[in-house]
Design a protein around this ligand. Structure first.
Ligand code: DGL
Length: 272
């Protein structure tokens, strides 16, 4: 990166990636916050779900995407996946020349929002087993009570387009029940797929719980990196969006259209 003039590097796209469509919930917030940035998004849906896999496989999948983004080349990458972030962020940061930001945990916002000092996190099995959300919560507030709810089926169901049918209702209910029994009033969505279900979960909890989408905290961290590394794109026109998936083009297009108007993206299949 050092051989290329800084102003040229700033014109490169920002890479954003996930094991599928989940990271689009982060991308949508980033595009609103940075309208002049160009983005390249990689959704490795051929490997979805990653959250039930052993750590070495999760790292390998994340690193492959990192190498793809290095070839583009990108000026920075956002790991828009909690599972990749808890398992592989250190390795990604140690390997690539470009800055890499992991998805934020949303724990501080949850603690500030909770009226009862009782919060929960819903995430993949690998993310819950890392206990990173709970560790951060206890560091910020040793009195906080945090319920950790693994949701092993949820990301893949969302990936397959189950957003409001009896299959997703039954699965969500199974994961919400222990949280409700624990008494948490604020729930961190610790998997980037889950904001696709915010309305459904709000409805299923009678509007009594607050769901925290960490994308907003993540966007703030991206802003800090762009500013501190002088990487803000100088262009004044609207940024472009290049979407790359590893299978199921039509399903990926249909799901993407729920968050991003179809005329604003190109979607193509890639091999990693
Ligand atoms: N969206 C990913 C996350 O935030 C996980 C999905 C998966 O299990 O592949 O953890």
């Amino acid at each position: 990166m050092s051989k290329v003039a800084g102003s040229e590097v700033a014109k490169r796209p920002i890479g954003v990636f996930d094991s599928g469509i989940g990271g689009l919930t982060v991308l949508a917030v980033l595009r609103r916050m940075f309208p002049h940035e160009d983005f390249i998004y990689v959704g490795d849906n051929a490997n979805n779900p990653v959250g039930n896999r052993p750590k070495h496989e999760i790292s390998q999948i994340a690193m492959n995407i990192g190498h793809f983004l290095a070839e583009v080349p990108v000026k920075m990458a956002v790991v828009a996946c909690n599972t990749f972030s808890v398992v592989a962020l250190d390795e990604l940061q140690a390997t690539f020349d470009y800055p890499v930001v992991g998805v934020a945990k949303g724990v501080r916002t949850a603690i500030d929002t909770s009226q009862t000092q009782s919060i929960a996190v819903m995430a993949t099995k690998a993310t819950i087993e890392s206990h990173k959300h709970k560790e951060e919560a206890l560091e910020l507030d040793p009195q906080i009570s945090m319920w950790e709810q693994a949701c092993p089926d949820l990301a893949h169901l969302i990936e397959q387009g189950h957003l409001d049918d009896h299959v997703i209702h039954a699965s969500v209910q199974e994961y919400l029940d222990p949280i409700i029994a624990h008494g948490a009033d604020t729930i961190v969505l610790g998997c980037t797929h889950f904001p696709f279900l915010t309305d459904l979960m709000q409805h299923m909890t009678g509007g009594e719980k607050t769901f925290i989408d960490p994308s907003y905290e993540t966007a703030q961290e991206v802003k800090d990196v762009l500013e501190s590394h002088n990487l803000m794109n100088p262009q004044t026109t609207k940024g472009t969006l290049d979407l790359c998936f590893t299978k199921d083009k039509e399903l990926a297009e249909r799901m993407t259209s729920l968050l991003i108007p179809p005329e604003e993206f190109n979607l193509r299949l890639i091999k990693l």
